[in-house]
Design a protein. Sequence first.
Lengths: 445, 406
Amino acid sequence: MTYNERLENVAVLGAAGKMGSGILLLTAVHMADLSLQNKDKTYVLYAIDVSDKALTGLMEYLRVQVRKLAEKKTVWLREMYADRNDLIENFDIIDEYIMDVLKIVRPVTAVEAAYNSNIVFEAVNENRALKVKLFTQIKQHASKDVWFFTNTSSVPIHLIDEEALLGGKVIGFHFYNPPAVQRLVELIKTDNTQQEVVDFAYEYAKNLKKIVVPSNDFAGFIGNGHFMRDGLHGMSEAQKLATEKNIPLYQAIYMINKVTQEYLIRPMGIYQLMDYVGIDVMQFILNVMNPFVSDEELHSDLLDKMMEQGVKGGQFSSGAQKDGFLKYEKGKPIAVWDIDKKEYVAFDTFKADADAMLGAIPESATPWKATLKMKNKDEVFNKFYTDLKTTDILGAKIALRYGKRSKAIGEKLVVDNVAHNADDVNTVMLTGFFHAYGPINNYFD
Amino acid sequence: MTAGYNTISLGTGRKEFNPRKPRPDIEHYIKEAGQGVLRQIGGAKNVDESVIGNFIAGRFNKQGHLDGFIPMIDKGLSMKPAVRVEGACASGGLSLVTGIRQVLAETSEVVLSLGFEVQNTVKAIYGADILALAGWFKKRKKGHAYFFPGQFSDRAGAYYEKYGYERTRKGMARWYANAIENARLDPTAQEYHNANPDPYATALKMQPNGKFFVDHLTVLDCSKVSDAASGISICSEEGLKRIGIDKKDAVEVIGFGHAVRDITSDPTDLTELETIKFAAHQALENAGITIDQVGTVETHDCFSIAGILAVEALGLAAKGEGADYVAEGKTGRNGELPFNTTGGLIGWGHPTGGTGVHQAVTIWQQLTGKAGDAQINISDDRPYGLTINMGGDDVTVTSIVFKRGE
């Protein structure tokens, strides 16, 4: 079966979810583009989800997003529809293309729809038993030689393979959120993954213009392997800071969030990032990963407490941020959760004290956004972190400790053979997490 | 002509422009420009009739029947004649020559001439469809997604091939830099806030890329997508007395040209703007002057290449040497013959149906010393101003010669 033939019938499980909808969009557009170049073929993409309501929302999301993509490639689309004399203006062509993408997509709630598919993309909840159950069912009833692509960010792929009896026709294809925007894909093959599946995965990623970083098959892979440990460090730093300085934990959380954003020059602080991912998702992933590591404990009491109190973070279907460790107004954090009083405390009530405690950040600091187009980043970071080392403000001490820990986490991923090399770790953090520099660097030595 | 008025040219480049937020509507622009003129001429009671130029509000704004908006400007315009004229991007010029003809025909002493377009209602990719209606629709299917940039890209490509890429790009980059530098001197200009320290270098560095846009032009070679309106009053000597404005504060129309080329035929030579050449020479001849008596020109630089070709059409440079003429700075504000002194279509903005009127307002400002920071020196031996307004790909052209009243 050729690459194109394999893409003639595809299913996405969890298609209306946060990750699934992005995967569905990218795949639908790719299939539609193939259909324009192979007009005698019929392409079918099953969007499978448990919720009818969410599937209705998915179709609306697709309509809007496909228009945006079409507007960016109208020159090419005009060539593709050159033989259609009824389509003259860009208006006509873009509308036709939207219809051509949508008519490939079949939104359904029945998993049976996937029985005729050549490829099944899986983006359901991060629940190993559920993934295995669905794959087993489809594999048993499949009419074709079906391949499975799982978007899991933590479950070892070989376990899915063994438990669902997939015979090596499975690969980890881990998109970053949101898939339509983030260019990184972590590709995880097992010792058993068939080479033709791997070859297809690389070609598919290339056609989607993704940056592929291969990761070995260890729970959490590179991205979560780093992020989870980084987050745990952020939580233990806050707890330590609260005890040492005899300040409320919520104030320490605010301070660590500020340091990780402003001193480490990241797009958001670590607590905001944990809220973005979802406290529930994070706890879930830690639970998946923990049994597979022997030399450390991937667990946080603080996360457990947050979950007990029902504060979970994550996003609304509109993409807006739900409240978690922090409370948000128009996407910006304005208050922090007080785990003792079970209520949010506005930044304004303690910000001045907390900022004074951290000290004045050296003038050589650069906001993350300003570094995006910088050509002399390395020079700028060197200067700033050298300045940090020569000041004795509290913020600098926390930041330097954090940077060293982040590097140690990265290096351990290489030592433990999760990542092939330091560059892969850095690429994942640069492209998947939009860090301004990779964790394996010399700034903090 | 006298009592000119320009609204701000709103669109990308202006700090107050936010594509996601609601913006002023066509009613706002028509009113602002109309009232801006009426305030200077003693009110609507002095107006005999009005002409409003607009290209294609029917699609940008889903609004036709535009003469009906004239009495909205001021109740005093109610029950008076008004007409809407359209000749694509030359609609503003048509508004002017229609008014001039009415005055010459002595059917009116005071004509209110307006021109406007509100284009930011759709994204550029759809705006390109709408503006393509200035071409022949039967050629649309084979045209570029960005139809008009595609047309002038072909012209630029032909020019590169015939006369050399590097030297042409230098001329085009200088044209862009002049536009930006001039626009920075006019607070109503769309590029007024442009703070690029070296626009010439930016334009020279940017290479055309057909994969993302058109083959032979960059976005800096193109005029802006603009929302704006301009107005001016066209008066007989009687009319001028009626509104109580001194001749010194008015410009006299010495001559004008107006020509149309068959829209269904291709240009005979891609490196020549034959209609512009014809109409501009007609205007000069009609005025009884030659180009070396002209002190400033407002030409229709919808694309930088059109500016260069206009220089050649006017006979300022031989064919193939217009790019050098521009590159040498001769069209700059301190050059041999300053062009587009408030930025032109690339710098000030190009509200398609409003542009022709805006050009007349700029010439009126320059010749009567009302151009503020953008003021250039008009010497006694070259007291004339010239406008060239083009619709479509050199299809409809109006050209007017002005001189300060005395």
